[in-house]
Ligand binder design. Structure first.
Ligand code: 13P
Ligand code: SF4
Length: 354
């Protein structure tokens, strides 16, 4: 991957400032296995990014899959797609720097069209968002006339513009239930559609998209860890397949998982999702144990402190998110509908008891 040209020698901080910043970082990052020496190495970057944030009246929003140096070093808010959308809509900053994948930065632009939205890694896509085009949504609508379209937030702004309402993994069921009629076109995640179907009487017509991270998890692995640790709480993202979700104590969004750990810690948890979430929770709940395997999202990991700093200093044109006005207007309708309907709650808690 090409590293942007930010020279450490450009960063002019005293040894005392660097030491204090390294100690501040270490306080959090030691729980994610950063050494003090590593914190000293990144301290000039976080100092400069935080200085630029004030100078440019910028806010940094980061998805929970981002690395801990971003979440604890520079982010003003980190959370799931629903929380990030709410923050983008409410932010009073002039500039939003989005540490996440492209569709998330586009959503921030739709919700804050008059702000400058910067996305440090414009090639950070998403296998779900890239699985469907606006033309394909129009074709689905023609095949199923009058059936409302609910699109998962992991879609491009053009796809959202073709949809009646948007949803996230935290509120998909609420949004589906709010649609008229007994059928809903739910795009593009076929595994999430399979997970939602038993909870609604509406027939879900779906698409063949999957998440390249969550489709990897296997029910056998979860079962193995549950048998090995009987007190284990298994938290599963609803992008996983139904056999994995069947083993879950909680199935929902990353935000739902954070809330579950917050209200059940200290404990032993298995997070069936991208690795970044376990890193984040190890820092926040050091007395809890997070076990099992995770999978890295190659798109989320394209963001790093260097490209954040480079794009705040001198953004390349493709790092400034721009969308046609008409797309913004129509996508906004779908996102606003979601924000009106869906407060967000897990699909399943404690094997259906919660
Ligand atoms: P959340 O909204 O649950 O954070 O999910 C976003 C995502 O991309 C999951 O893979
Ligand atoms: Fe997309 Fe999956 Fe990565 Fe989330 S984890 S951004 S759904 S590819």
């Amino acid at each position: 991957m090409q590293q942007p040209a930010v020279e450490f020698s450009d960063l002019d901080f005293s040894p005392g400032q660097i030491r204090r910043e390294a100690e501040r970082l270490y306080e959090h990052l030691r729980h994610a296995e950063f050494s003090l020496a590593e914190c000293e190495l990144i301290a000039p970057l976080t100092l400069e990014i935080n200085r630029l944030k004030e100078e440019k009246r910028a806010v940094i929003l980061a998805h929970s899959y981002q690395t801990p140096d971003i979440i604890y070093g520079i982010a003003d808010y980190s959370g799931d797609s629903l929380g990030l959308s709410r923050h983008a809509a409410e932010s009073e900053a002039e500039v939003i720097v989005f540490c996440g994948v492209r569709f998330m930065a586009e959503t921030a632009k739709v919700l804050s069209p008059h702000k400058t939205v910067l996305h440090p890694a414009p090639d950070a896509g998403c296998s779900l968002a890239d699985s469907i085009t606006a033309g394909e949504v129009r074709r689905l609508k023609a095949e199923h006339p009058g059936v409302p379209v609910v699109c998962y937030i992991n879609t491009s702004a053009e796809v959202k513009a073709e949809s009646d309402a948007c949803c996230t993994s935290a509120n998909a069921l609420e949004v589906i239930e709010a649609m008229e009629g007994d059928e809903v076109i739910f795009i593009p995640d076929q595994l999430m559609a399979q997970n939602l179907q038993p909870y609604t009487k509406k027939r879900l017509i779906t698409w063949q998209g999957t998440c390249i991270v969550h489709e990897n998890f296997m029910a056998e692995t979860v079962d193995y860890f549950k048998r090995r640790f009987p007190d284990l709480k298994v938290l599963v993202h609803t992008e996983c397949d139904a056999a994995v979700v069947a083993h879950a104590d909680l199935a929902g969004s990353t935000g739902n998982m954070v809330e579950y750990v917050r209200s059940h810690h200290p404990g032993r948890f298995m997070l069936v999702t991208e690795c970044g979430l376990a890193d984040r929770l190890r820092v926040e709940f050091p007395e809890s144990e997070f076990i099992g395997s995770c999978v890295l999202c190659p798109y989320m990991k394209r963001i790093n402190l260097r490209n954040v700093l480079q794009c705040m200093k001198e953004p390349r044109p493709e790092q400034i998110v721009e969308l046609p006005e008409e797309v913004i207007r129509r996508a906004r309708r779908a996102i606003d509908r979601m924000l009106e309907i869906g407060r967000g709650r897990p699909l399943k808690v404690d094997n259906g008891k919660g």
